[in-house]
Structures are given as structure tokens and as C-alpha cells.
Unconditional design. Sequence first.
Length: 205
Amino acid sequence: MTAYEMAFEGLDRDAGLEIAELSHKERPRVDGMGYFYGELDHRSVTEIVKAVRPEEGDVFVDLGSGLGKMVLSTALQDVAWGECRGCEILPELHEKALVALEKLQAALGREGLPSCTLELGDMMRAKVDDATVVFVFATCFQPAFMAALESKLGAEMKPGSRLVLVSKQVQSNKFRPYGANDGYLCVRQSFDSKWSLDCFVYQKT
């Protein structure tokens, strides 16, 4: 078992979804199915990181970071990240993510990971102006929320930075497709899932 697997032992996608559903039932914080929990397998994370062409010192931000898997899996890629950061609105998911981060740091040592920060909060208030890469698992976001998020990212992300969206496409001319195949990737959900998802990579103009 790898250090990453040990950090998330007992926390597969179904566990994450159950935590999210219970949290939403107790106190709704987002509209519709926006709380829905999704994650990608490690191979798909590697494909995404390759597609965004990161450079030394780049900053990765995951909006809606859930259990922290995307943040920590990205941090473990062969990239000298300046920082990998996540923002999650559901406290129950956030607490599990903090425990996983602590386990991974204990196993690898703080020098074995780039700077990793997991924040509890609303992605609409998250800091993205320093981000080089912003990732959003947007499968169940409502159109009105997606439009507001796109407006925020278009206003705050710096030119040249990349935006990665799962299951949604942007409408704004402030972003253009980035990379091969007009920025399109087909990615897999968690390793034991047979389902694939559309993923779109953009660059801020």
C-alpha cells in the first residue's frame, strides 16, 4: 500500500459521497445537487497535469476539493509546484481531508510534498488570482452557479493561467481552449468506476 493509499484508507468515492449527502441533508449549503461528490482516478490526474504543462513554482487550486484527493494526487506528481491548494465548503469532507494530509505528510515528511493547503470555505470567495492552474469538478453545478463561477474566474484569474473543468464548458471569451484536441480530455472517475467524463482545458486570455 502506498503512502497515498494509506492516507485515504477507507475513503473511497462512495464514502465521500455518503459524507457529502449527510452533510447536505443536515445543512444545505449549495443549491440542487451542487454538493455531489466526485473524484478522478490517479491516471486521469496524471493526464490532466501533463495537459496543463506546469512549470516550477506554479500554483494549483482545486475549487470544491472534497476529501483532498485531487490536491494531494496533484502534489505527488513529478512537478516542482509552488503550492497545491484546495477549498471545500462541506466541513465533514474538509475534516477528513485534513486528516489525510497529515497522514501523507507523516509518511513522506514535509519535504516530500510541496506546500499543500486545504481551506474550509465557499469557492466563490476563494483566492485564485495567484493560481496557475484552477481545477473544478463541475458535473452537478446548476447553470446559474456555473455562470457566476465563470464570471469570478474570468475576472480574477491571471492571463496565461489554465482552467480545467470536468463535465462543463465555459462560454466566456476570456478563456480559449488549451493544448491538443482543443483542450479536450476523456477522464475516468475513481479507479473502480467504469464511467468516463468529459474534461476541458482552457487558458485565460
